[in-house]
Design a protein around this ligand. Structure first.
Ligand code: ADP
Ligand code: MG
Length: 488
């Protein structure tokens, strides 16, 4: 390719603190009544004083630590002055000179590290609504804590943007700092994109806003790369501008040309004390970090030896992953008890089988139940037992379905249900042989056809034998016996 795309992201995240950034109005993104959660402080009435919400500060620091940022020991808030109707104070309290976090990195799926330039803390503005020729303003969001994360221009295409945003969202949820829901505007991604010749300096940068999903962000990048490429091919200029994304037409559209660099007249916020942290404050926050998605993936791979796709399901769906962990612990513990000499034996296979059943069958039931996967009526012990019955062919896979339904409904153990419902698979050779004899004598024609080489007749005979056994015959064994009896 002639041009190399250069992409950097600016991502705003609404933090899930109980109250707003500088007052005790509630921070509730789901509040539907307009101007319900407001007070003189977040409305900027004269004579009111802001107070820093340390919960928000700690959440930003935790995010920075999760991405290996350097945390500022000393920093402060600044006023960013501009006029807009959704900004009641006429300035936004933000951070400019010294962000809380700097110089971090986040690794995406491919293993590539995207450098994080900075993460700072500010307050959000209200929202404007336009109805007919009226403009309405809702200040519920005004003054809520907003984290801004800026990356270095290290990304190269839509897929990388998707991978970055997806991983960031997951980390924010693991940290419990934000729902990071893009549809609700709790995570807002802005894309900066330019094309450069491999040997050249940076090209003109275009900014894309209005991206309401991760897919939209990825699509807008791939579209914009093409658009800029075509312009440059035609020897036309890329103009520096802000574009919006039309998610219906899948095109970016010019919104406004980059106006003269704004003068925000930043100055330190005089009504707030500067922030100071001891090394020990930061270490305490670091020690309180939960296991992060990348660490969980690494651990699942090491402990259960699962393929990446399964591990990803258990990382994104944490309750399901937690349930699986309890099951796998049962399986590994049981294997060690029964055959203490063979370290591994069959349990990697059992772990994989358990993963398959957890991800497909178990998850299918849970999805419709409105409970989380970790707290169903099925205990991990019982699920592990079910998996062992499937593995040693005590039950057929169709009987496994029936059992799982029963287990969900009643919470009874697998063993109990097998006995009660008589679901055990018949693997007794003598019993199966007499079934096969009966089936062959009742279906002479099919038996002859099979002998002449018609494989389909074998399937038919196995089917008849399964029916004869009321679905409880072991189909592999039945097939073997039929082959043996009719074979050459
Ligand atoms: P601005 O002052 O225009 O907001 P910044 O330096 O703050 O620019 O950078 C904003 C974002 O743009 C960052 O994510 C950065 O990585 C990205 N960026 C910077 N230069 C370029 C470029 N030439 N092409 C694409 N993205 C860029
Ligand atoms: Mg900027």
């Amino acid at each position: 390719m002639q041009y190399k795309p250069v992409i950097g992201l600016e991502i705003h995240v609404g933090l899930n603190t109980r109250t707003k950034m500088f007052c005790d109005s509630l921070n509730n993104p789901d509040e539907k009544r307009p101007n319900w959660n407001i007070c003189p402080v977040c409305m900027g009435h004269p004579g009111t004083l802001p107070v820093t919400n340390m919960e928000a500060v700690n959440k930003v620091i935790r995010t920075g630590l999760a991405m290996n940022c350097a945390i500022a020991r000393n920093t402060f808030f600044e006023r960013k002055n501009y006029f807009y109707p959704d900004l009641p104070k006429g300035y936004q309290i933000s951070q400019y000179q010294k962000p809380l976090c700097e110089h971090g990195a986040l690794a995406i799926k491919s293993g590539k590290k995207i450098r994080i330039t900075r993460i700072h803390l500010e307050e959000d503005a209200g929202r404007l609504y336009h109805e007919g020729d009226a403009s309405l303003v809702d200040y519920n969001r005004a003054g809520t804590p907003l984290m801004e994360l800026v990356t270095e221009p290290d990304l190269e295409n839509g897929q990388e943007v998707r991978d970055f945003a997806t991983e960031l969202q997951l980390i924010l949820r693991y940290l419990g700092v934000s729902d990071a829901d893009m549809e609700k505007g709790l995570m807002r991604v802005e894309v900066n994109i330019s094309l450069t010749k491999a040997d050249d300096s940076y090209g003109t940068k275009v900014e894309i806003k209005n991206l309401n999903s991760i897919s939209a962000a990825a699509a807008s990048v791939d579209y914009e790369i093409k658009r800029q490429e075509e312009l440059l091919e035609k020897r036309e200029k890329v103009v520096q501008e802000t574009r919006g994304w039309d998610d219906v037409k899948k095109v970016s559209v010019s919104q406004r040309l980059k106006e003269e660099a704004h003068d925000y007249r930043y100055f330190p916020e005089p009504d707030l004390p500067p922030l100071h942290f001891e090394e020990s404050d930061i270490e305490t926050l670091r020690a309180g970090l939960p296991e992060l998605p990348s660490q969980r993936r690494e651990r699942f791979s090491r402990q259960y030896n699962l393929p990446d796709a399964d591990i990803q399901v258990f990382t994104v769906n944490k309750p399901l992953g937690n349930f699986y962990e309890h099951v796998a612990t049962e399986i590994l513990g049981y294997a060690r008890e029964t055959s203490p000499t063979s370290e591994l034996g069959e349990d990697p296979k059992l772990c994989k089988l358990a993963a398959n059943y957890a991800i497909t069958e178990y998850q299918k039931h849970v999805a419709g139940m409105g409970v989380d996967a970790e707290h169903t009526k099925i205990t991990p012990e019982s699920f592990a037992e079910l998996v062992r019955y499937i593995a040693d062919k005590t039950i057929s896979s169709s009987a496994a379905q029936t059992m799982l339904e029963e287990m969900f409904r009643t919470g009874l153990s697998a063993e109990h249900i097998i006995k009660e419902k008589d679901l055990g698979q018949v693997s007794d050779t003598r019993a199966l042989e007499s079934i096969v004899d009966a089936v062959i004598s009742a279906n002479q024609k099919a038996a002859e056809d099979y002998k002449k080489g018609k494989e389909a007749s074998l399937k038919f005979l196995v089917g008849m034998a399964m029916r004869e056994s009321k679905g409880k015959g072991n189909p592999q064994m039945l097939e073997e016996i039929i082959r043996r009896k009719l074979g050459p």
